[in-house]
Design a protein around this ligand. Structure first.
Ligand SMILES: Cc1ncc(COP(=O)(O)O)c(C=O)c1O
Length: 385
């Protein structure tokens, strides 16, 4: 059967790493997982308790397309608590994960052939979803001196219809401060480009609080999720905040594309928002892991890293060690028993010389992984040099 040209999207290379790690585990090896971008913890206890209760009480059928009103209200309240932003709950759309939010946003905002700027390195699915929708992803190669975040000069004159940013970002964990966010939004609007802010790693910050695009303007789409801070990846629930005059447009698309986000997950998500103690305890683990990584990676020989402000990743320039990150990652898995992600997923051009390390798992795993990396690199430098 014939396929559309739109459907020719690239695979997620990290999935290949995960499969290789799984095979090694099947063969009896213990592998330390620094490749996966998800918490090792499950949904907070309060979330699963609330769902167990709701399952006894009712059928959990469809919700309205925009999501449970109580959840939309609670999310709006959170914007007050986290950022001091007064948000009308009517502007909140509950989505099937932030991935569902991307589909809704890109469909609502752009026509076929429209050009959308994305930072490179960046989360790979932006590029693939844009392509699958017949849109044109425009990679904006970012500079180390800008901590691998885009700046206005990266897209001046590029005739973009959209600009998508993430702060904290995947794979770097770097953030945009208020001034940087304001500059990007201003430059995007000057060019007539719609601004989309992926805020999925908000809540996972270590030095300063992340800035929401809504602190700068209401003329933007903000996309977020319960996957990371709330530790609910597989529940497939997230949210989007859109300008008031966009709500009905998004609602009509959501009704047709998804009907609604999973009802059970919405119930759990609402309860998860009251589980601050457990979520902060998870954050304490990431904070400890981050400190270990920032000490242990350079000790192993991965010296070229931008200290991450948030999320749970470290992105390393390994151009002094390899020009083939894919085979380097395979060698690390094979010889050190540590799964890491080659940068190619995030930057098709410069990713040949970068690796992403995730520190989302337990502190014991991170300690063991760093020891293994240090041993492997010491042996490698003897055999290479
Ligand atoms: C930057 C970024 N945005 C979005 C997603 C997708 O998350 P969700 O589970 O909400 O669909 C991820 C997943 O890793 C991510 O890293």
């Amino acid at each position: 059967m014939r396929n559309s040209t739109r459907s020719g999207v690239d695979p997620f290379i990290v999935m290949d790493v995960m499969e290789a790690a799984r095979r090694a585990e099947e063969a009896g090896r213990t592998i330390i997982h620094m490749e996966v971008g998800q918490p090792g913890t499950g949904a907070p206890q309060g979330a699963t308790d609330a769902l167990a209760k709701a399952m006894k009480e009712g059928p959990l059928g469809y919700t309205v397309a925009l999501g449970l009103p109580a959840l939309r209200q609670r999310i709006a309240r959170m914007f007050g608590e986290w950022y001091n932003v007064d948000l009308n709950p009517e502007r909140v759309v509950v989505t099937p994960g932030s991935s569902g939010g991307f589909l809704l946003a890109f469909t609502a905002l752009f026509d076929s052939g429209d050009r959308v700027g994305i930072g490179a390195p960046g989360y790979p699915s932006y590029r693939q979803i844009l392509k699958a929708l017949g849109l044109v992803p425009v990679d904006l190669p970012t500079a180390p001196e800008n901590r691998l975040q885009p700046v206005p000069s990266d897209f001046s004159g590029l005739d973009l219809q959209g600009l998508m940013v993430a702060s904290p970002a995947n794979p770097t964990g770097t953030m945009l401060d208020h001034t940087a966010m304001q500059a990007l939004i201003g430059a995007a609007h000057e060019q007539g480009a719609s601004f989309i802010s992926d805020e999925i790693y908000h809540g996972l910050e270590y030095e300063a609080k992340a800035v929401t695009a809504l602190e700068v303007t209401d003329e933007c789409y903000v996309i977020n999720s319960f996957s990371k801070y709330f530790s609910m990846t597989g529940w497939r629930v997230g949210w989007m905040v859109v300008p008031e005059d966009q709500v009905r447009v998004v609602e009509r698309i959501a009704q047709n594309m998804f009907i609604c986000a999973p009802h059970a997950s919405q119930v759990a998500a609402l309860a998860a928002m009251e589980c601050e103690d457990e979520l902060q305890a998870n954050l304490d683990v990431y904070r400890a892991n981050r400190a270990l990584m920032l000490k242990g990676l350079p000790k192993a020989g991965f010296t070229n890293i931008a200290p991450p402000d948030g999320a749970f990743y470290v992105y390393a320039d390994v151009s002094d060690l390899t020009h083939d990150s894919r085979s380097f990652a395979a060698e690390i898995l094979e010889k050190a028993g540590v799964a890491v992600t080659p940068g190619l997923d995030f930057d098709p051009v410069r990713g040949h010389t970068t690796l992403r390390f995730s520190y989302a798992r337990s502190t014991a795993d991170i300690e063991e992984g760093l020891l293994r990396l240090q041993r492997f690199m010491a042996e490698r430098s003897v055999s290479v040099g």
